[in-house]
Write a protein of this length. Sequence first.
Length: 174
Amino acid sequence: MSDHLDAYATALFEVARAEGRLDRVEDELFRFGRALQGSDELRATLTDQRVPADKRQAIVEDLLGDKASSTTTSLVSFVVGAGRSRELPGIIERLVARAAAEKGKEVAEVRSAIPLDGDQQERLAAALSKATGKSVAVKVVVDPSVMGGLVAQIGDTIIDGSVRTRLEQLKGRL
């Protein structure tokens, strides 16, 4: 199973790199993967084998439309058309890790209540690199449940500076 996902991730990675769009495609795929994981309805539709493959591909194309590059749309459509929608999050995770490794970095997935701009992401990457001793590529997931602050995961390391966690710790002390 893992080899299978790696093979797809490698193929998508090579196409994006060959087209000179690796950074953009990798970022768009990451966002699509998170959207897919966050929507039971979308996941159910894209993995339903009773829905013809061309219809599932049309859904992807409509959904990504002007939000993603044609390369990203084509790659997701290809995986969906091949009947591998269920494996998309795993394929994307491997592609993102490979793209980061290509730059000598590890992926730092950061959950924030609000979007972070480029400057904030750069400062955060520098702080996480200093804290962990690893060079990191920051991927931000907007997650209102953190309430404020951030939760960062780099490999098995989790740094939780969220307001939600601080409130829970306060409750525990009272």
